[in-house]
Ligand binder design. Structure first.
Ligand code: ADP
Ligand code: ZN
Length: 596
């Protein structure tokens, strides 16, 4: 462990191990297998990288993400670690060079794609080498129930037989109880220790708003994220394109990403996101897997994802560096109707549908909660939270609730009187006494419920309908174009047997909301900040790596705070190790000196 500590400080430039890292490293060095569950950004890589170097022989890391391998290897090389990767992106002569380096003991770490590893020739070759460990990253890919299933992962159990004395470590950021067991079972880990970290991402602020005017809301949100990198998720390709274009027209650097673009454009856009600063990617969920950019400052959802798991995974891409980040979402009645419809109309087996319905309901319920949003999120994953977090929308602006019993009764009667055949739009017109074509056509002005809801506006009625749908007092009938119908539960409400309390929607404010507490760069320090980033950008271009691989924002921030005036002080900062000091130290010190 002394050697491990030394690597941490000298090679990585970090002061202390984080959370369970030290324990995991110690356990691996002692030869034990383990299952590591840590949220994104928790620091999984060090858990295998350090013992891979400390242990005798080469560490093998199985990863399904080809793009990520290259990034990791580049970053390791900058730290002075000898690492390489083997996957289909290499030419055969490049592959021989890597294998040669490994065979002659020149590599400390080898990243390898699963489909490559499980080939007999690769296994035979590796079995002749001394290995310090085998790490299986994204281990949840072995689960057939999960959304990232990779059939090649199923064959990884052969490692247990071929390398019985090499410690194996399986790592993932998403795995419920069942998946954890499944990973251990399918990989045949031997008496593994389980290291389960909290799912909490305290630096991410969760905010969910009712969709009123989505674009305007997005713009308001982005006011606080000018000059920052972020991801905006949209449901459809068309919406991705139009949103990106619209944002460009508003002065943002926004680029689209979806499966309909050709591979070249996709890869180009992804590279721009990684290598340039302040790029916003507008994407379908096709984007994100394997995006390891640490300084993504926000993830915005313009449409609802399918489940809390999906939401957690997508928003988890924000703030890997531990700095303040925002997870922001708007959702509306249309989302609820559309997603329910998609579930019902899918050709999946009934059991699968039931599970999807259940998951969607979980997410909808979460959107509507009035207590700490983080607490509820953690609870969903089986974590407990001691007290309200103070860093989510419901903590910062506690939503008001109101007694909506009477309003709900009016609405339910109106649904009943109009024959349970219409969608929200028409029902609201009748309630508000609007003389629309449909009202005339169906003679609905004659109904007793015509005009009884004039006291509330369109948005308020939509909010009520949405909450009634979520709480099960209304149902939308899929085979009748989403017509609203009553449910068993509605009766008790109509008969006045229960009181209903609903969440009051926050009004869309015309003015700018207050700035969130984030990495505050004081005005007068702005010049130094810009100069440091400029220096990083220049070096990143020279070395052909993304800026964050040179130094994270957090390290630049420490430079501003401590104003180091020599190599020794620079080395004391988080993120500055020996190799980086030697490579870039002088350049950054020169910049700082100008401002001292
Ligand atoms: P994960 O793979 O779990 O998503 P990473 O291994 O990429 O997370 O680590 C997330 C970030 O945290 C990285 O930028 C990494 O350099 C940083 N990090 C990891 N361990 C430490 C530590 N002990 N001290 C400081 N920073 C750390
Ligand atoms: Zn909270």
């Amino acid at each position: 462990m002394n050697r491990a500590q030394e690597l941490l400080t000298h090679t990585w430039g970090y002061q202390a191990f984080r959370g369970p890292q030290a324990e995991i490293i110690e356990h691996t060095l002692a030869g034990g297998d383990s299952l590591v569950l840590m949220p994104t950004g928790g620091g999984k890589s060090l858990c295998y990288q350090i013992p891979a170097i400390v242990g005798e022989g080469m560490g093998v890391i199985v990863s399904p993400l080809i793009a990520l391998m290259q990034d990791q290897v580049e970053a390791l090389e900058l730290l002075g670690v000898s690492a390489a990767y083997l996957n289909s992106s290499l030419s055969s002569s490049q592959q021989s060079a890597v294998m040669n380096a490994a065979s002659t003991g020149k590599l400390q770490m080898l990243y390898i794609a699963p489909e490559r590893l499980i080939q007999n020739s690769t296994l035979n070759w590796l079995s002749q080498l001394k290995l310090s460990l085998i790490a299986i990253d994204e281990a949840h890919c072995v689960s057939q129930w999960g959304h990232d299933f990779r059939s090649d992962y199923l064959s990884l159990h052969v490692l247990a037989d071929i390398f019985p004395s090499v410690p194996r470590i399986a790592l993932t950021a998403t795995a419920d109880d069942r998946t954890r067991d499944e990973i251990i079972d399918r990989l045949q880990l031997s008496k593994p220790r389980r290291f389960v970290s909290s799912f909490d991402r305290p630096n991410i602020r969760y905010t969910v708003q009712a969709k009123i005017d989505a674009k305007r809301q997005l713009l308001q949100f982005l006011q606080d994220h000018r000059e920052e990198a972020g991801i905006i998720y949209c449901m459809s390709r068309k919406k991705v394109e139009s949103t990106a274009e619209w944002l460009c027209g508003r002065g943002f650097t926004a680029i689209p990403y979806h499966a309909g673009l050709n591979a070249e454009t996709r890869s180009h856009n992804q590279q721009r996101f990684l290598r340039e600063e302040h790029v916003i990617v507008v994407a379908t969920i096709a984007f994100g897997m394997g995006i390891d950019k640490p300084d993504v400052r926000f993830v915005a959802h313009m449409d609802l994802p399918k489940s809390i798991e999906a939401y957690y995974q997508e928003t988890g891409r924000a703030g890997r560096d531990g700095e303040h980040a925002d997870a922001w979402m708007v959702y509306g009645l249309q989302d609820v109707v559309r997603l329910r419809q998609m579930t019902e109309e899918s050709s999946a087996a009934e059991e699968h549908k039931r599970s999807e319905r259940h998951k969607l309901d979980g997410l909808l319920g979460w959107c509507e909660i009035t207590n700490c949003r983080r607490g509820a999120l953690l609870e969903y994953f089986g974590d407990q939270q001691e007290q309200a977090c103070g860093n989510c929308d419901t903590c910062l602006n506690p939503p008001e609730t109101w007694d909506a019993t009477q309003a709900a009764q009016k609405l339910l009667s109106c649904v009943y009187r109009t024959g349970q055949r219409f969608g929200a739009g028409h029902v609201i017109d009748v309630l508000r006494g609007k003389q629309s074509n449909k009202v005339t056509q169906f003679n609905h002005a004659e109904l007793s419920t015509f005009g009884i809801g004039e006291d509330l506006d369109d948005q308020q009625w939509r909010s009520i309908i949405r909450q009634l749908l979520v709480q099960g007092y209304l149902h939308n009938q899929v085979d009748r174009y989403g017509a609203l119908v009553l449910t068993e539960q509605s009766r008790a409400l109509l008969r006045g047997e229960i009181q209903l309390s609903l969440r009051r929607e926050l009004k869309l404010k015309p003015e700018r909301k207050t700035k969130p507490a984030k990495r505050a760069v004081a005005e007068h320090r702005q010049e130094l900040w810009d100069a440091l980033r400029e220096c990083r950008k220049r070096l990143s271009e020279e070395h052909g790596v993304p800026p964050y691989v040179i130094f994270h924002d957090a390290t630049l921030m420490e430079m501003m705070e401590y104003m180091p005036n020599g190599p020794v002080q620079l080395l004391a900062l988080n993120g500055v190790g020996d190799a980086k000091l030697e490579r870039y130290g002088d350049e950054f010190l020169a910049v700082i000196r100008q401002f001292a």
